[in-house]
Structure formats: structure tokens, C-alpha cells
Design a protein around this ligand. Sequence first.
Ligand code: NAD
Ligand code: ZN
Length: 379
Amino acid sequence: MSTTGQIIRCKAAVCWEAGKPLVMEEVEVAPPQKHEVRIKILFTSLCHTDVYFWEAKGQTPLFPRIFGHEAGGIVESVGEGVTDLQPGDHVLPIFTGECGDCPHCHSEESNMCDLLRINTERGGMIHDGESRFSINGKPIHHFLGTSTFSEYTVVHSGQVAKINPEAPLDKVCIVSCGLSTGLGATLNVAKPKKGQSVAIFGLGAVGLAAAEGARIAGAGRIIGVDLNPKRFEEAKKFGVTEFVNPKEHDKPVQEVIAEMTNGGVDRSVECTGSIQAMIQAFECVHDGWGVAVLVGVPSKDDAFKTHPMNLLNERTLKGTFFGNYKPKTDIPGVVEKYMNKELELEKFITHTVPFSEINKAFDYMLKGESIRCIITMGA
Ligand code: NAD
Ligand code: ZN
């Protein structure tokens, strides 16, 4: 029986209050409106950005809300005006979009689409500002336009990448955020030359994906920096050969790295979300040519402070969203890199839980035990 045009009742993990375990609820998911698609989510995973907004410590709280933005699924139905997607397509919903029409979408350099760029404060759909989720008529807010902690979700078609239907969704779901963010930060933005040194701050999924980018680019040294020593063992599988734990040194980590590298690393990529690490990642690059790339999502009131001399000395500071990839144009190609065995995704996946135990995924991340935990819907 076709569900097109009908309300779908399904399970979703709803966050009613900041920092409280998600609650499995039956939600109603309205049909997709203009330029929207409704997706049956098969696999989702937990990224630290979900956890920040769930904790809502440094962020604007917006509850009740359905989190989740790293996922893979199949299009169930499409709304008016959607021409590039159809029911049955295998897709990755993405937290930032590509309208195809704005100056950013026309620019080769940018993925910061005017219409669909990430908006963490929006709880409804762009078309009418309304939510497509409700429980007994009470709306539940969306998150990043994706809300993948639901068996069905509605997403703007500009935030949906159509991928190779042969690709296993339980693996490539991580390409929709963390993997591409880190990989692209190195390959598209830091752009290390063969043999150069790269420091990676934060060895979670995003940082390890940045290390994977450094390995693919042929970096000579990959220095991992993390406060959690458990991460070092794991990181060896990603080509990280040297480790610095800032807690084990009396002097600033910038100085430790400068001593290890004769003045500083050629490139650094920050993947922590800590403002201290962002400043350290910038100040540890070599003067004259060093490039630092910020990836982590800071707290609301953070401010970046460094002496301007650090810039005048010809260091470059950059930031990137989603590894500079355009979601619809570029992400199918990242999936192909996995299909061609250029990219290894399995090593990122340390845990798997059924949807009913989604709160465990939060525990694993909060304890620093997981890199990525895959959540299997319908289980
Ligand atoms: P994660 O929690 O798995 O990994 C973060 C790692 O950073 C942890 O191992 C932690 O121990 C380490 N860390 C924290 N503070 C540190 C410090 N001061 N010095 C050194 N290491 C430190 O998180 P993740 O899922 O890999 O995400 C990493 C960051 O990237 C988060 O801030 C996330 O919000 C952000 N992110 C950004 C984008 C983007 O497009 N810019 C996209 C996705 C995720
Ligand atoms: Zn655009």
C-alpha cells in the first residue's frame, strides 16, 4: 500500500529536555511539501554536534526536538517540484544544502549555500516554517533540517545526496557528516603537499577522517593531539604515528609541537570544538607557510584570541564547513571513493546499537569510547 500523500506513523527518539535521555515515541510524519522529500531512514549514527545541541550548554535550547543528521536511507515520496529524486533512490540526508542557484552554489570555492546553509536554530522547514513531526497535534522541532533519529523524516531536496544504490548504507551513512567533514578539511582546505607534516587536534571520527585525508595526500608526518590517551591506540590504524597529550606537558602544546617539527607543522586541522585547541592549532603551524583549518563547532560565547603577529608572520587561518564539499554535487563521489577502496570506512565504526537503545550511543560518545556508533532503525 502506497504511503504517498499520507501521514506516516512511526517511531522516533524525541528529546524533550536538554541532557535527558531520548524517549522512543510514536510520531506522525506529514507528507513532504514543495521541494521536500520524505525518507525512510535505515541507519543513522551519532555525531558530536548532536550531543552539543542535546546538552544545550553553550547553544540555544529548542525542545522538544528530534536530533540526528548522519544517516542513510531510501526516498519514500517526493513533494511538488522535486525532479532529481524519486521514490526508491538511495540517499544521504545532509545538514547543509545546495540550492544550485545562489552565488555560493555557482562558486567553485564555496559550499555555503545562501538558502540551505546549516542553521542550528531553525526548528521547522524552510518552505513554511512548520514542523512535519507531531505527537497528538503538538509539533516537534526539526534539527539541521535532517532529524534522522526517526524511522521517517522530511528533508529539503537540496539537502539530499543521491548515491550509488550498491553502496552499503550501514557504512556510507557516516559519509553524510563526520567522515566528509574531516576528509575534506584536509584534502580540500588544508591541502598538504606530499611529505609535509600535519597535526590533527581531536582524534574523534572527524579528526581521524582528517588523518585519513592526510594519509591519502601523502603527508610525511601525522601528529595526533588529544586529551584522551585511549584515542591513540585507535588512531594508529589511521596512519597517525606521533601523539601529543597536552595534559602530559608543562608548556603550551604549540611549543611542544614547534620543538618536534623544527618550528611548526606545515598544516594543522582542529577537530575538537574546544576554543583552546583552536588557538593551539593555529599557533602551532610554521610561520611563512603554515595553514591551520578549524572544523570543530565552538560554544556560543567563544572568542578566538591570538596575537596578530601570528598572522603577520604569514600563517594562514581557515575554517570549513563540511570539508568544503557541495552536498549534492560532491558527496556521491566520496561514496565512490569507498566503493573503489580508496577510503576505508569500517575502521571508523566501533559500535552498533538497535534504534531502541539509541541512548547507549550517547553514553559511548560521552565516555570517549566510540568513534562512530551505528544505530540500526527498525531494530
Ligand atoms: P568526538 O567527541 O568524537 O572527538 C573530539 C575529540 O577531541 C575527542 O577525542 C576529545 O578527547 C578531543 N578533545 C577535546 N578537547 C580537546 C583539546 N582541548 N585538545 C585536544 N583534544 C581535545 O567528536 P567528533 O564527532 O569527531 O566531532 C569533532 C568536532 O567537529 C565537533 O566539535 C563537531 O561538532 C565538529 N563538526 C564540525 C563540522 C563542520 O562542518 N565544521 C561537521 C561535523 C562535526
Ligand atoms: Zn545555494
